[in-house]
Design a protein around this ligand. Structure first.
Ligand code: ADP
Ligand code: ASP
Ligand code: MG
Length: 239
């Protein structure tokens, strides 16, 4: 199978957690699958960078904000790739640009217009695991763009669609989709399955566990989406 695995900020929150992610990816590779990994910035990093920009002005140029924020995901992608190579795998990290993600030019909230997966296919064909920096693309004029908060989910779903992946796994800090936020409501119940539309409703009510646009796109492209924990082997929720 070709599997896209996305790891959110908490899952890559420090160097040991990135190693934990490398171990998981390694296990999937050893099972004989091809893997494209999508990573977020280390937790807190995006907020920190926004605060840095706002040190100078409350309204920094949005194109500069994108240049700044996109760096967070690149750090994680490169570190994970280095960790995988150190384990004896062949890994290649990519910015959104090299992954072929072209967007409109609405900086900080760009929409994906097209994806050219040829560089990813070439690396996969060379036996590599591809590690893509989430949350970013490039506009037609060549400027880096970002996809809105939580946008690495969208990167993962869009890449899964473009690669015609068999499965898109979203690894996060809870073991699936609950009836309500399990961190706020201890009685929340985990669901084994949820429809795209029910998930869209939860997302539009503010359940940031999956970014709204990513659910819309998964529905449109019919992507097999699973949300699960990077800290346990629990089954997760199929959307
Ligand atoms: P990541 O950094 O991995 O993208 P997020 O913080 O964006 O993770 O999303 C995961 C969080 O979503 C969980 O920690 C949880 O508090 C929250 N959440 C809100 N609503 C739900 C829900 N219905 N089911 C599961 N998690 C939810
Ligand atoms: N790092 C970005 C954010 O914090 C994107 C993501 O994590 O999905 O919004
Ligand atoms: Mg998120």
């Amino acid at each position: 199978m070709l599997i896209v695995q996305k790891f959110g900020g908490t899952s890559v929150g420090d160097l040991e957690r990135i190693q934990n992610v490398a171990n998981r990816v390694s296990k999937t590779l050893q099972e004989g699958h091809q893997v494209v990994v999508v990573v977020s910035a280390m937790s807190g990093e995006t907020n920190k960078l926004i605060a840095y920009a706002e040190h100078y002005t409350p309204s920094p140029e949005r194109s500069e904000v994108d240049m700044l924020l996109s760096s967070g995901e690149r750090v994680t992608a490169a570190l994970l790739s280095i960790a995988l190579n150190a384990m004896g795998h062949k890994a290649a990290s990519m910015s959104g640009r090299r992954a072929g993600i072209v967007t409109d030019n609405v900086h900080t909230k760009a929409r994906i217009e097209s994806i050219d997966p040829s560089a990813m296919h070439a690396e996969l064909a060379a036996g590599k695991v591809v590690v893509v920096a989430g949350f970013q693309g490039v506009s037609e004029s060549g400027q880096v763009t970002t996809l809105g908060r939580g946008g690495s989910d969208l990167s993962a779903v869009a890449l899964a669609g473009a690669l015609e992946a068999d499965l898109c796994e979203i690894y996060t800090d809870v073991d699936g989709i609950y009836t309500t936020d399990p961190r706020i409501e201890p009685k929340a119940r985990k669901m084994d399955k949820i429809s795209y539309d029910e998930m869209l409703e939860l997302a539009s009510l503010g359940a940031k566990v999956l970014q709204n646009r990513s659910v819309e796109l998964a529905k449109k492209l019919n992507v097999n989406l699973v949300t699960r924990s990077s800290f346990s082997d629990a089954e997760g929720t199929l959307i």
